[in-house]
Design a protein around this ligand. Structure first.
Ligand code: C5P
Length: 238
């Protein structure tokens, strides 16, 4: 597994359907970020080949957010690990339950041994407000649901969690230093929030205990993505 960053690091989310554009971004941001993130848009358009291309620049965080029966989720993890460029991290939805996460962890260990990807559980998407979450039948608000899913996922063998900046401090307090905390919803002061709801600046997320900051549009939407990534990296406390 990838070592924990010394301080906090940046993961650049390369959200595009074009592999060439993703690779150009990866080349530009590589000196300033720890990983590059491949999500559903890019993977559905360009498949495992793009993971291989990007892995030549930085280790890849494969953020496909698996959520299925344990056998199917484990099979997906096995396929990912058996490919020619296995990612350094991958995600499953914590809401998929303990049996799914246990099966995924076992599959990763069997397929890749100690070099296996870190297994991260997504708690509640950073785009959710309390009202939107209630519409899905979850009352009590995002923080309570994040803590519930975090406990379930860590007990089932997840190495870390994906959570919003607003919950990262609560998770650090509750679960200590061990879990990797990967935090999207990062917006440098003055940048557009877009469809995200639970956001914070890079400095706030790091102060609350984040290990990795996932930053997409503030980098990829900038005139110079490399310069934008460098500026965010320079703003992080060392
Ligand atoms: O462009 P932006 O900085 O909002 O990108 C955030 C990235 O993090 C997106 O790729 C999104 O899929 C991902 N993500 C998220 N919330 C989660 C998990 C992943 O925004 N809970």
């Amino acid at each position: 597994m990838l070592p924990r960053p010394n301080g906090a690091g940046i993961i650049a989310a390369l959200d595009t359907a074009e592999a060439d554009r993703a690779e150009a971004w990866a080349r530009a941001v590589a000196p300033h970020v720890g990983l590059v993130k491949v999500g559903l848009e890019l993977f559905c358009a360009a498949g495992p080949a793009v993971v291989r291309r990007l892995a030549a620049h930085r280790p890849v965080f494969l953020d496909l957010k698996f959520h299925d029966i344990p056998n199917t989720a484990a099979g997906a993890v096995r396929s990912v690990c058996a490919g020619s460029a296995p990612p350094a991290m991958l995600t499953l939805h914590g809401g998929g339950g303990a049996a799914m996460i246990e099966a995924a962890r076992r599959a990763a260990e069997e397929a890749a041994g100690p070099a296996r990807p870190a297994i991260l559980a997504v708690t509640v998407l950073t785009s959710f407000t309390a009202a939107a979450l209630a519409e899905t039948g979850v009352s009590g608000g995002p923080t309570q649901q994040v803590l519930r899913l975090a406990r379930l996922a860590l007990e089932a063998g997840a190495d870390g969690l994906v959570c919003s900046p607003q919950e990262v401090g609560r998770l650090r307090d509750a679960f200590g230093a061990a879990p990797l905390l990967v935090v999207p919803g990062i917006r440098p002061a003055g940048s557009a929030v877009g469809d995200q709801a639970r956001v914070a600046t890079p400095e706030e997320a790091v102060a609350a205990g984040a290990d990795w900051l996932v930053v997409g549009r503030p980098i990829t939407g900038a005139a110079e993505p490399g310069a934008a990534a460098a500026a965010i990296a320079a703003s992080l406390p060392r």
